[in-house]
Design a protein around this ligand. Structure first.
Ligand code: ADP
Length: 163
């Protein structure tokens, strides 16, 4: 039984993240999407909201669960009995950071291995940051994020009465 952890901030979850999660679910017995609650990070959505949106998006994928965590990712992986860490690789610039992260995590937890899945072409330009940037100025993010996330972004950036 191989349990894999897919950890990130997911602020917000995009269709690129969803694609990685679904492909990991086909490779491993169980996948836990770990949503990190980092108080020092400047996030748009609360951890509870991020978890809820991912749960709604992944509903129906039998072997995927979603949970928040704090602290070191390797500690959380141990706590839930995960032996694999899943990450996505988009463009070459991702590689350096992902490699550094994987080496550090391996040093901290030698029994934990990192598996990187290559982003599909359609999503290789897609990041949470760019989605937020586009949504902030009223751009259309349909098709780039799950519907529940598109609605949350629209509500978040909707002009307030009087503005
Ligand atoms: P964090 O800032 O917490 O690392 P990110 O959303 O930047 O969160 O990345 C989380 C993981 O998901 C990373 O491994 C990243 O490469 C991967 N990822 C992000 N966007 C995509 C995408 N569009 N396609 C595939 N993988 C992605």
């Amino acid at each position: 039984m191989i349990r894999a952890l897919f950890p990130a901030t997911f602020d917000p979850f995009t269709n690129g993240h969803r694609d990685i999660a679904c492909r990991a679910a086909a490779l491993f017995d169980e996948v836990v999407i770990g949503v990190v609650a980092t108080p020092q990070k400047n996030v748009l959505f609360s951890v509870a909201d991020r978890v809820e949106m991912i749960r709604a998006t992944m509903d129906g994928v039998r072997n995927v669960s979603v949970a928040p965590y704090t602290g070191l990712t390797v500690d959380y992986a141990r706590q839930i009995g995960a032996s694999v860490m899943v990450r996505g690789l988009r463009v070459v610039s991702d590689f350096e950071w992902e490699f550094q992260l994987a080496l550090m995590n391996h040093k901290l937890a030698p029994d934990l291995d990192t598996v990187c899945l290559l982003a599909r072409g359609d999503y290789s330009f897609l990041s949470s940051t760019i989605v937020k940037e586009v949504a902030q100025y009223g751009g259309n993010v349909d098709g780039l994020v799950p519907d529940v996330v598109a609605t949350a972004l629209k509500n978040h950036f909707a002009p307030q009465p009087g503005q």
